[in-house]
Design a protein. Sequence first.
Length: 442
Amino acid sequence: MTDAATRLAELVRQAVGRPLPLRLRAWDASEAGPADGPVLVVRDRRALHRLAWKPGELGWARAWVAGEVDIDGDLYEALERMSGLVWDRAESGPKRHAVLSALAALRDPKNVRLAAEALALAGPALPPPPPREEAGSRRGPLHSLRRDRDAISHHYDVGNDFYSLVLGPSLVYSCAYWESPEATLEDAQRAKLDLICRKLGLRPGQRLLDVGCGWGSMVLHAVEHYGVEAVGVTISEEQAGLARKRLAEAGYTDRAEIRVQDYREIEDGPYDAISSIGMAEHVGSPQFRLYAETLHQLLKPGGRLLNHQISRRPLKDESAYEIDEFIDRYVFPDGELAPVGTTTALLEDAGFEVRDVEALREHYALTLRAWVANLEQHWQQAVHLTTAGRARVWRLYMAASALAFEHNGIGVNQILAVRTTAAGHAKMPRTRGQWLYGTAMD
């Protein structure tokens, strides 16, 4: 087999109707396509079997995770060049991978021919098994307690040392708040935690509940700088173990507690304030009303909720929403995004008064680029701490997500909501500046 790159590039052109905007290097060392910029490397012809048997995003993702395809050069530039070719942006931003996805339409004789040519180029073989990093079988009904614990474990229980390497010393796994171009990742994460504390109006002696507390960073910050008593809950055993260790080392075990507990199992309200930072994406649309009602019941009248959540662009037909296959299989099993308008409406339906919404889309792009830089800088160590496949999953999803935030394919918002009193009132300062900077209420 010689000149596989030229033959493969032609198959792509026929399948999607335009040339591949990257240079292509095949397993036989042949190359084709533009000479400048990054190179799409097909290291192993097994990648073609994956794409032929699972056309579209899942086949591509499996080949990437297995190391059968790669990018030689700037990953961001490669994804930018490919975006117009492989994503349908007509309604909702990046949605579906489309390299060779035409092969799925077997009623079209052209695509039957293309599938046959791809398999002929790849050689005879059965489809390879999925890489081991793919989420396994899912037990129980969607968003049951058991299934949610399995999903969270798949993503978060991959090693605290790995996350420390990617996230840095702050161990905050959510959008940072970049107050200046000179800020470091640590500065920006500290600023985000402080912003949330100020929005919640935390004061000494109050009780704070942090839902989805991760490795305890919000709890630590609120106890140390605002004098609260705090409870953090997570359903990741590894997160909870490290969060407890950090609290003990800081000497705060008498003022803070970390539990392995689902939000649906919390019964010791009321709390003065609740933070939910990057957790609601795991809740799912069928359960979101219950989530909102549960947090409402756990708050004192007049108490504040800060819901920090990734959002997607709304669709003209919401029933057409499809969960990204790569994200669902390899990153966040059973995760789901909703438009910010849907989230605010459900919070209001639960009895909250929404007082403020702040969009932080550009901030998340900066955060993700910082995480990717950490991962790439310590690549060999990351592979040693997990697997090469797992490190490849994180690199691709974080880099692609950074571009999705930059291009307004997805967003992230902090929603400040209040449980009103029986009379319908919520004691809030009249201006944003007053509650952000601690000015006394008039």
